[in-house]
Write a protein that binds this ligand. Sequence first.
Ligand SMILES: [Zn+2]
Ligand SMILES: [Zn+2]
Length: 310
Amino acid sequence: MEPGTSHGHTAAGHRKLPRSLKELTPTKAFNPRTFFREMVWKALITRRTGEHQQPKFPKLDHGQLALTWIGHASFLVQFNDLNALIDPNFANWLFFLKRLRRSGLKISDLPPIDLVLLTHAHFDHFHKPSLRKLPHPKLGVMPWGMAPLAKGLGFSRIIELKWWESFSHGDWKVTLTPCKHWGARTITDKHRGYGGFVLEHQGRTVYHAGDSAYFEGFKEIGSRLAPEIALLPIGAYYPESFRKVHMGPDEAVKVFREVKAKWFVPMHYGTFKLSFEEMDEPPRWLRDLARRDQLTPHLRIMQEGVAEVF
Ligand SMILES: [Zn+2]
Ligand SMILES: [Zn+2]
């Protein structure tokens, strides 16, 4: 999300806060009071819903894949010999933004994690306190310019990739894909990369698009990597100016067609209020669009914490 956010720890160990509410938003088009009312206050007076689920991880055969949505952009991807987390975030608060749906799993209920994929450094995706608590040891794969942020978080090895570069280990392979977004965590670190990932293993292919606006590049991701399962963001698209860096369900449906995936799993909605659309609008609108376009059999709207086998 949000440009110009600052998070993390300075050398002195103090947590840096955004300088103003305005810096948390991808637009300068509205005033801080409106921002506070829409994003902070409305969330504060809303009751947090959802439950941490009892962890039930299916026993998988070779070639089977289980997905568990933790909430927001966070997923656990499991094979019979690999556990990967993407953008793990278990926070109840991001500064003053309240989490509105409980994480589907507790960190303490996670299986040992072999691989962590981090799409970019925005604090809703790269959440240092969550990363620090993950069961070690773990390999971290992330876009260029992010490794210094990941130091000291317990990774046994950190790999940086550029767009279209891959990293293989054993018989799995991960490729960093392009997107239309940005990677700076604070105002001064515009050098940091951003992207999505395609993870290939045991003949299965899962694509996590990261954060992205709609752009032409999705077609190329489809033709080069042919993902089978597409995890696509559908929230944070209103007001219109947010679509420079995010997409709505309408554009996500277009992306789903262009990457030519079989399964559409929506994400990046319902957990944190990062924009002005109503919290329940993205999945509702997506269901309507899927019905209109006869995509319903391909749509897998997941419940947080409940593993689904693909
Ligand atoms: Zn985001
Ligand atoms: Zn972002």
